[in-house]
Design a protein around this ligand. Structure first.
Ligand SMILES: [Zn+2]
Length: 442
């Protein structure tokens, strides 16, 4: 009798969980369909989709207006609020609920933007990406430039000296693929030491021109990606490992493979089969892809691999690895100058040409790169924060959870947990708290 009672009680619990799952799956399907509908109005919105094909064809046929998409998103958010799981529910179930709600609010904001609504840079990034980038003053950026002045002595302006220095480190076009493939092998080997990826995962690399970005991962489902590398401008040697990690392992390709495996296939959570580009998930994707570079290649390992493998593959002198990275580490600290240019430009304070000037002055972009970057800002707008702020937020989260005395293995463990779960920016842990703080605005 006791056994029977226990069995009945267990059945009740299972049924309740099952019913909640079914209810969430229905809400999730409606979210996917809305994302596909918004993709009809915004060609860049759906970055990847590998869910049921009828959902896509039905969204195409239905041709929802932007107003309908917004009102359906509002209704769905209200229904989700009524379906909130209890605090005692499994963490993944709670993350799933928060994910859907946050992604939907962002979808609604993007639909209103496509319809003509205008926001400031910070309003837009909060609405779309669940985060706001810190401000950096011209004085702060000037101080960083001063440290570069000291590292690159000589005649002429700092940007000209940097250009002259970097020209020696371009990967010749006929060595590009071999160098990039060597970097991919290095990234894959290091990633596979810590995570078992599905045996049939793979990607293809293509070299393209005429794009506003330098590299792109197009995830196609079934554990496959197409990675495109833009060769409009010369590619410097540091980009080999950066791009291989960012687009491949443990960046976008590995992220999408693990999400497909852990969430879509194992749990049947179909909302992850659509990747909306302008959404909070993008900050996690770009942040983990950028932070993943140093997770895969801690500094000493990277310098050794550059000397032994990458510089020889590119036909460059391995003796130049240390001086090159001393300068590049300083240049990397200027990345927030790009956010400031975008903030001023999108807020209407400066025009496109002045934005390029700002990128040249404070970010040390050469003129062609500055112009390419302004085109990127035109196309993707406040998305720019996802790279540097995303990296910093992800680093803080992973390193806080891995503990003050983290080891590479513990850092990998926390990193992999993040790229296998539905966590969004406001759910990341900060250094001052060991629990996520959804109220936090970075
Ligand atoms: Zn990326």
């Amino acid at each position: 009798m006791r056994h029977l009672l226990l069995a009945t009680a267990l059945l009740a619990v299972t049924t309740a969980a099952g019913a909640q799952d079914t209810a969430m799956n229905t809400l999730a399907e409606r979210y996917v369909r809305l994302a596909l509908s918004l993709g009809q109005h915004d060609a860049d919105y759906v970055d990847a989709y590998y869910g049921p094909e009828p959902w896509r064809t039905e969204a195409l046929a239905e041709k929802l207006s932007l107003a309908d998409i917004q009102s359906r998103a509002d209704a769905l958010v209200r229904e989700l609020q009524m379906a909130r799981p209890p605090e005692s529910a499994d963490e993944m179930v709670r993350l799933r609920h928060t994910y859907l709600t946050t992604q939907l609010r962002s979808l609604r904001a993007r639909a209103s933007m496509v319809g003509g609504a205008r926001m400031t840079f910070d309003e837009e990034s909060r609405a779309l990406y669940d985060a706001v980038a810190p401000m950096h003053t011209e004085a702060e950026l000037q101080a960083l430039l001063a440290s570069l002045e000291a590292a690159l002595p000589g005649q002429g302006s700092l940007i000209d000296r940097l250009e002259a220095f970097r020209t020696r480190f371009v990967i010749p076009r006929d060595r590009l693929d071999a160098t990039f493939q060597a970097a991919i092998t290095g990234c894959r080997e290091r990633t596979q030491q810590y995570v078992q990826l599905p045996g049939n995962e793979s990607f293809t690399v293509e070299y393209v021109t005429g794009k506003s970005w330098s590299g792109y991962n197009w995830y196609q489902g079934n554990y496959r990606s197409l990675i495109q590398v833009n060769t409009d401008l010369p590619i410097y040697v540091d980009r080999a490992i950066d791009l291989a990690c960012h687009e491949g392992y443990p960046g976008h390709h590995a992220y999408n493979v693990l999400i497909e495996k852990n969430l879509v296939r194992d749990r049947g959570w179909w909302e992850y089969s659509v990747v909306p580009l302008f959404s909070p998930q993008a900050l996690i994707m770009e942040g983990t892809a950028n932070y993943g570079i140093e997770v895969a290649f801690p500094k000493a390992d990277r310098l050794e691999f550059e000397r032994r493998v990458i510089f020889p593959a590119a036909g460059l002198n391995p003796a130049d690895v240390t001086p090159y990275y001393e300068v590049m580490d300083l240049v990397a600290r200027l990345s927030y100058a790009g956010n400031e240019a975008a903030r001023r430009y999108l807020n209407g304070e400066i025009n496109a040409s002045q934005a390029a000037d700002w990128l040249a002055k404070y970010g040390l972009y050469s003129r062609p790169r500055a112009e390419q970057r302004v085109k990127f800002i035109d196309q993707y707008r406040s998305y720019v924060i996802n790279y540097n702020l995303g990296k910093d937020m992800v680093a803080a989260h992973v390193e806080t959870l891995a503990g003050a005395d983290w080891t590479p293995a513990r850092r990998w463990q926390q990193f992999l947990r993040l790229i296998s779960s539905p966590r969004l920016p406001s759910g990341l842990t900060t250094p001052n708290s060991t629990t996520p703080n959804s109220q936090r605005v970075p």
